[in-house]
Design a protein around this ligand. Structure first.
Ligand code: PEP
Ligand code: MG
Length: 316
């Protein structure tokens, strides 16, 4: 039955009534491309660029960066590729920079876009290499920044993208302040992409790296669902896209709930793509909306999941 369900759901992602939901892959570099293509990714929704920068004595050259970005763009000539700018911090230090300040809570420290405020030349070089690689490709290249907490940061990043000649600048929603004030942030952004791993960590104040609090790291928690819904409605009202690229998108039932909350694309580790494609193909947009409403009416992660499952029968 599993095989039958999968083969019935080949092709682009869509609900049973034909509402399109592009299904994209999370990748860490060109080496992940074969898996993404094999599992039918329509593009890349999260290209984590850290691998180019970590564990090396000098910054990657413009040429080296351009080559890695071009290899990914060329794999999806008719698709979209969303590149996330470098997301490093005290827990993932860059060997070619002075050692960062000792931080008691690296998750709350100078990571993601915050690091670029200190080293804007590293961001400018990355955006320049992306623009150069994008110039020769037919893929739709979009660039987004991690760990954005304020509208001012979103404006700063969008302006840097424009200066580099990039025409689509997005903001990751992974800090609760960004979700709560999504209507402010969307003005500066061309799209949102929700990072549910970090959004859950920060909403529940439960460090992703600490196993003792792993039970709280559950994107089904209605507090997280509410934050996601806020971001998705702000994007919808502005006529802009709102993807999800955290682990939540790889859960077939939660994927339906996300679509029901107004999320417009889903990006995940490639092996999950067929399962999410099959789940969406079995349910209408109306059913996804009912499942989202049921989940948000619950008062715990467990009850939210059970409530969504009751509306979406047949999903494991
Ligand atoms: C996230 O936080 O959900 C995300 C996609 O980014 P990362 O897991 O790389 O922090
Ligand atoms: Mg993140």
């Amino acid at each position: 039955a599993r095989r039958a369900a999968l083969s019935a759901a080949d092709g682009p992602g869509a609900t049973a009534d034909g509402h399109p939901v592009p299904l994209l892959a999370n990748i860490g570099g060109p080496r992940d491309l074969p898996g993404a293509l094999e599992h039918g990714a329509e593009g890349v929704g999260l290209y984590r660029t850290e691998f180019l920068f970590l564990d090396r004595a000098s910054a990657p050259s413009a040429n080296e960066q351009e080559e890695a970005y071009r290899a990914v763009f060329e794999a999806f000539p008719r698709g979209r590729v969303v590149v996330r700018t470098l997301d490093s911090g005290a827990d993932k230090p860059l060997a070619f920079l002075p050692p960062p300040e000792e931080e008691p809570n690296p998750a709350l420290g100078e990571r993601g876009l915050r690091m670029f405020r200190r080293y804007p030349e590293i961001m400018a070089a990355q955006l320049g290499a992306l623009a150069a690689a994008a110039a020769g490709t037919s893929a739709k290249v979009q660039v987004m920044a991690p760990m954005v907490a304020t509208a001012e940061e979103a404006e700063w990043f969008a302006e840097a993208c424009r200066t580099a000649g990039l025409d689509s600048a997005g903001i990751m929603i992974e800090v609760p302040s960004a979700a709560l004030r999504a209507t402010d942030l969307i003005r500066a952004a061309d799209f949102f992409s929700i990072g549910t791993n970090d959004l859950t960590q920060y909403a529940l104040a439960a460090d992703r790296q600490v196993s003792a609090v792993a039970g709280l790291q559950d994107p089904w928690h209605p507090a997280v669902l509410d934050l996601i819904a806020m971001a998705a409605s702000a994007a919808t009202e502005a006529g802009k896209g709102c993807g999800v690229c955290g682990e939540a998108a790889a859960d077939p039932v939660l994927a339906c709930v996300l679509v029901g909350m107004g999320v417009t694309s889903l990006s995940m580790g490639a092996p999950a793509l067929p399962w999410v494609r099959a789940a969406l193909a079995r349910h209408t947009l109306g059913e996804c909306r009912s499942a989202a409403a049921a989940a948000r009416s619950a008062t715990s992660a467990r009850d939210a999941k059970a409530a969504a499952r009751a509306v979406l029968p047949g999903l494991e």
